[in-house]
Design a protein around this ligand. Structure first.
Ligand code: PEP
Ligand code: CO
Length: 473
């Protein structure tokens, strides 16, 4: 691994995050967040957070700068309306073998969905899993009712246990090392699942990121894809495997895994390829935004219904000061009822500020409801409704609907209602999520067809509009 493994005492001042005091750029360092308001951080009640952090500093990087740069190049193609992103996986990833099996399932399911979308639209599909680090959960309330008992909320396995006891729910710092170990195994699994990109996979000289090149018709369920690792060929990037992505939430985990690339001198978040900031931690002057502002990875940020256009422009200024295509993805999660009203002003404001972002739709998190028995669920029809609203808004503003962000299991769970899946009374049959409800295979593939149809008609409308514009000029 060609990363510099630096202990905290060896770390040196990094690049500027463009915050200036009397015109002097303040240096950016991975520890920048300690002096800033950091929401949703665990209150580590057991001793040991300092030695756990020291241990993480000394562990190998998980992603490489070359791969991260390849992803950035690929995402710049999405931003240019040449490709589409499918980002999906668990709400909360399990630890250990279950995570490895889960990654295998996500690899298969995302491959099937990407193949379907790619084949019906002729657009390459870039696939990113919510995995290899998707362990931390932001929570709206510090406590929750479980089986009639009020307990501290479950915050993801990186922080506390899901079991409904006071002891399990106590934040426990050594979990950060368990998280790293699982992430390491999932990275290994993704690597093993990737095959070499063979001659004929790409089009010579063409820039065709992440198409699911050679799936023979009728073999969608066999996993017989041509999975590849990123390779540069004739200046083009190919990638047929899953990129890793997770919410960069628990900063005591992310900071020690931020490494300086000796070749470029830039800081990279090595815990993943594509980190994102959640809707509860996206304050422009908060710890999470200022932390991710300093890493060279492409980054994403959720945008909920309570983020206003001016605030979003401040977030963009922090995360994408150089206006780099592919650097920033905005994941709109407005809810089916709000998307048509709220999204247009956000899209216009970002465009007016000149940020070349990718607009992605998360139709899951604004549509969560509780059943009368207290189970969290989502209705397939609401998910489709938000997706349609998102595509309508983007296309009406002549912007590229660049991707979708979903929670899927890769398994026959019964967590969401409709779309060929369970009815409400069937939800308890196979409700296995550690946190939010996920689509099962049937629902996910049916949604992939919806997405393919929406993308086909969006592409046709946008190219008609472009032709009309060219003809009138
Ligand atoms: C999530 O992605 O699981 C999540 C918590 O989303 P959001 O930050 O959009 O609420
Ligand atoms: Co979730």
């Amino acid at each position: 691994m060609n990363w510099s493994r630096l202990s905290p005492s060896q770390r040196v001042a990094g690049t500027s995050d463009r915050e200036t005091t009397e015109g002097v750029p303040a240096p950016w360092n991975p520890d920048i967040w300690h002096s800033l308001p950091a929401k949703q951080q665990p209150d580590w009640t057991t001793p040991g957070i300092s030695w756990v952090r020291e241990a993480l500093f000394s562990l190998p990087a998980l992603s490489t700068p070359a791969d991260v740069r390849a992803l950035l190049a690929t995402l710049s193609r999405v931003q240019a309306a040449e490709a589409f992103v499918l980002q999906a996986g668990d709400c909360a990833e399990p630890f250990g073998k279950a995570a490895v099996v889960g990654a295998r399932n996500k690899h298969r399911l995302l491959g099937q969905m990407a193949t379907l979308i790619s084949k019906s639209t002729a657009f390459p599909v870039v696939t990113a899993g919510r995995l290899a680090g998707q362990f931390g959960k932001p929570r709206s309330q510090p406590t929750e009712l479980v089986e009639g008992r009020r307990l501290p909320s479950f915050r993801g396995l990186i922080v506390n246990g899901a079991e409904p006891t006071e002891t399990a729910r106590r934040p426990h710092a050594p979990r950060l090392l368990d998280a790293y170990q699982t992430a390491y195994r999932v990275f290994e699994e993704l690597h093993n699942l990737s095959g070499p990109v063979t001659a004929g996979d790409g089009e010579p000289g063409g820039v065709r990121p992440a198409r699911w090149w050679s799936t023979p018709p009728g073999s969608l369920s066999t996993g017989a894809h041509s999975y590849g690792q990123t390779r540069q060929r004739d200046g083009s990037w190919l990638h047929n495997g899953l990129w890793s992505s997770h919410e960069a939430l628990v900063l005591d985990y992310e900071e020690p895994l931020t490494r300086r690339d000796p070749e470029t001198g830039r800081w990279y978040l090595s815990s993943t390829h594509l980190p994102w900031i959640g809707a509860r931690t996206n304050q422009p002057d908060g710890a999470h935004v200022r932390f991710l502002a300093g890493v060279a990875n492409p980054v994403a940020c959720k945008v909920g219904p309570d983020t206003d256009p001016a605030e979003l422009v401040r977030i963009c200024a922090r995360l994408d000061p150089d206006r780099t295509p592919g650097r920033l993805t905005l994941i709109a999660r407005q809810g089916a009822a709000m998307v048509r009203d709220r999204l247009p002003a956000l899209v216009r404001a970002v465009r007016a500020a000149g940020h070349p972002v990718i607009w992605m739709c998360d139709p899951m998190h604004g549509n969560t409801v509780k059943t009368s028995t207290g189970l969290k669920t989502r209705y397939y029809d609401d998910i489709v409704d938000e997706l349609r609203g998102f595509f309508d808004v983007l296309v009406a503003l002549s912007e590229w609907p660049g991707g979708v962000h979903l929670e899927v299991a890769g398994d026959d769970v019964t967590e969401c209602v409709g779309g060929g899946g369970p009815i409400v009374s069937e939800l308890p049959t196979a409700y296995r999520s550690l946190c939010d409800p996920r689509l099962n295979d049937v629902q996910a593939l049916s949604l992939a067809q919806e997405i393919a149809d929406l993308l086909t008609s969006a592409a046709a409308t946008l190219s008609d509009a472009a032709r009309l514009l060219a003809a009138n000029n």
